[in-house]
Structure formats: C-alpha cells, structure tokens
Write a protein that binds this ligand. Structure first.
Ligand code: BTN
Length: 237
C-alpha cells in the first residue's frame, strides 16, 4: 500500500477536507494530516479537541478493498494505533468499544470512520485518527476523561509513520479478521456492565459479552436475552 501523504498546517477537519479531495478524484491511500484543526469532528456529532502541534490529526482515504462495514475499519485502525504506540513507547493501551484508545484509563485517541455510499455500495471510506501526543490541558468537559501520551510534539510524525506501517500490513489481511483477536484481548468493555445510550432513547443496561466478527458488541440484557450493538454509545458503569 503506497500512501500519498499531504501535510497541512491548520485546517477545519482532516476528515472534512479529505472528503472534498475524495469527491474531486483523490486516489486510494491518500493521507491528510494537519498540525491543528479548528473543527475537529468526533462521533455522534461531537467535536474533537485539536490544539495546534500537540496531537496527530490524520485521515486515510480508502477507495479499494472496502466491501467491509465502516465499524470494522474503525477497529482495524484502533489496533494499528495501539500496536504503533507499543512499538514506539513500550506502553500498553486499551480500547473502549468501539473507537476510543485509552492509556491508564484516559482517552488518548479517538477514531471516526465515515463512509460515502452510492446506490447502497460503499464508494469510499475515510478513517480519521486523532491522538493526543503532548496535549497537557483539556477543556472542562473532557478534562477528567481525556489524557495524552506525554511525548514531545515531534513524536507526531514518528507515530503517523508507524500507524501507517501497521495499517498497510493489517489492511491487506483484514478479511481474515485476525486483528479482532488483538482488539478483543485489549478491549476494556468486555465483561463490564454497560449502558447503551442511543440518541433519543432511554439508556439500556446490559452486560458486554464480546465483540463479534463484524466488530459489533455482543451484549446480554437484564432479561438474559442476547443482542448485538452496532452503533450508538456505550458507557461503562
Ligand atoms: C471520537 O473521539 O469520537 C472520534 C474523534 C476522531 C478525531 C479525528 S482527528 C482527525 C480526524 N479529523 C476529524 O475531524 N476527526 C478525526
């Protein structure tokens, strides 16, 4: 996989700008990074705090080999981020289903995969990865849950290259689902009592039992029936 890396300084959002590039013919494996984002996007309409030169803000465009669902791409990217951090720092991270990478219980990375569909077919996917590398202060609303790798700002590029290395290795063999074993082994959600929070609905309590082969969260409800959660938000109780 040969990446074409475009480096920007401050932009709105690497996902949003890469989407424009994708609609204007950007090739498979185009990667866009920014030193900072003024409108970093998170899941469920949230923002992603993206101060200048303290984090890695990167999006990867995929136009080929993506007849898989976006959630699978998110879990694949999480595995690559975790492996890259381990290689470079020796630190073990965990993943909170589906897209948050944690270090010592704090979120240091978020992943937002967005798909563009044409006639129900996934035309392209953009995987956005944000890692707090040297950020040391966070806004009030996330200051208790967000953390940082505590590395120097120059680490961003090294991390980018290591994540892309793992991505090129893992993406080729994504269909065999082997990466999901690593994901499951390091997923803090499994075995925990959770609340499933879906927009506009009452939270539902359940026990997280595992992650299935489509990256869905297998849960057991209070009445012992089983189900699979594939979107929405899960809070660990
Ligand atoms: C989340 O935590 O809900 C996902 C956060 C994803 C943030 C990254 S930063 C690079 C890319 N561009 C964006 O606007 N968002 C993603």
């Amino acid at each position: 996989m040969k990446f074409n890396i475009i480096e920007e300084k401050i932009i709105t959002s690497t996902n949003a700008v890469l989407k424009d590039l994708a609609n204007n013919g950007a090739a498979h494996a185009t990667v866009l990074t920014a030193e900072g984002q003024t409108n970093g996007k998170g899941r469920l309409g949230r923002g992603f705090y993206s101060p200048e030169k303290t984090g890695l803000y990167m999006s990867i465009l995929l136009k080929e080999g993506i007849d898989e669902e976006p959630p699978l791409l998110t879990t694949l990217a999480a595995v690559c981020v975790m492996k890259a951090i381990k290689d470079l720092t020796g630190k073990n991270t965990q993943v909170k289903w589906v897209n948050d990478v944690l270090l010592n219980g704090k979120k240091i990375c978020g992943i937002l995969t967005q798909g563009s569909f044409k006639a129900k077919k996934l035309e392209y996917a953009i995987i956005g990865i944000g890692v707090n590398v040297s950020t040391d202060s966070f806004p009030e609303e996330i200051k208790n849950t967000a953390g940082s790798l505590g590395e120097a700002p120059q680490f961003c590029k090294e991390l980018r290259d290591k994540i892309l290395y793992h991505f090129s290795v893992e993406f080729k063999k994504m269909k065999n689902r082997d990466f999901l074993d690593f994901y499951r082994q390091n997923c803090v959600t499994i075995g925990r009592e959770i609340k499933i929070i879906s927009p506009g609905k009452e939270p539902i309590e359940a026990l997280a039992k595992g992650v299935d082969d489509n990256a869905g969260l297998v849960v057991e409800y209070k009445d012992k029936t089983k189900g699979v959660v594939s979107s929405g938000e899960v809070s660990v109780r």
